[in-house]
Structure formats: C-alpha cells, structure tokens
Design a protein around this ligand. Structure first.
Ligand code: THU
Length: 137
C-alpha cells in the first residue's frame, strides 16, 4: 500500500466523522505490519472531554482486535469550510498513545483531498516520548 493509498483510506474514514461542535472533521487510516488497514474518525461529545480523536479510534479498534504491530498512519482533516488543512497533525495525546505501540520510525502521513502526502516519523513528532523503560537512543 502506497502512502497516497493510505491517505485515500483516511479520506474514507473521515466521511463518518461526528464533529457537530467543532465542525472539524478528521479521518485516520492505520496500516498494520501485516497489511491490514483500520479506519478511525473523530467522535465528539456535547460534554466535550469524552471526545476521541480519529487516530485513537483507529488505534483502539486495531488493538482491540489483537493488532499490536503498526507500519504507518495517514491523517486528514478539514473544517466547516471543507478546506483541508495541509498539516493535520496528531495531537499530543494521540502521539503518546501511538508511541505505546509504534516504533520511533513509525510513519505518519499528512494528506488532503488533492493528493498531498507529507511523510514524517513518530520520533520527529514526539521526541523524548515518555517511557518507564531505559532510553534506547
Ligand atoms: N482531532 C482529531 O481527531 N485528531 C487530532 O489529532 C486532533 C484533533 C479532533 C478532535 C476534535 O473532534 C476536533 O478534531 C477539533 O479539535
């Protein structure tokens, strides 16, 4: 699966975003090392704090089905105006949650509906991730 194909999956996931409060709709597509793709969208709540980001929905779906090894995630997002953010980056909570299961070289693609796809790694986005283990780098 190419990064661009994973972005298309994230755009598919975004269709189910439930974001009546912020109007900001996010989709995520998480690729396992075995080649399966898990989709997630943001799911908001009128009590605000129970809101869950698209990335964590995808990750929790995957882990709850026994997946623990991941290759990459693609993320897309746009506001009420429908204009895609060139860099819809995972929030800090999602980065730390991904770091629980994903290696420093895990790839994160920022995409949009026009074919853009910028690649980063988890260690770029979350240097010095919290860990109770001894640092390896
Ligand atoms: N959101 C995500 O889905 N992923 C992120 O990494 C950051 C933010 C969602 C949460 C909320 O529903 C909306 O975007 C606005 O913050």
């Amino acid at each position: 699966m190419t990064p661009q194909e994973l972005v298309v999956c994230a755009l598919d996931a975004q269709k189910h975003a439930y974001a009546p409060y912020s109007g900001f709709r996010v989709g995520a597509a998480l690729l396992t090392k075995g080649g399966r793709v898990y989709l997630g969208c943001n799911i908001e709540n009128q009590s605000f704090s129970p809101t869950v980001c698209a990335e964590r929905v995808a990750l929790f779906k995957a882990v709850s089905e026994g997946e623990t090894e991941f290759e990459a995630v693609a993320v897309v997002g746009c506001g009420r105006d429908g204009v895609y953010r060139p860099f819809c980056t995972p929030c800090g909570v999602c980065r730390q949650t991904l770091a629980e299961f994903c290696a420093p070289d895990f790839k994160i693609f920022f995409g949009d509906d026009a074919g853009a796809c910028e690649a980063h790694t988890l260690s770029e986005l979350l240097p010095y991730a919290f860990s109770m283990a001894e640092p390896t780098t």
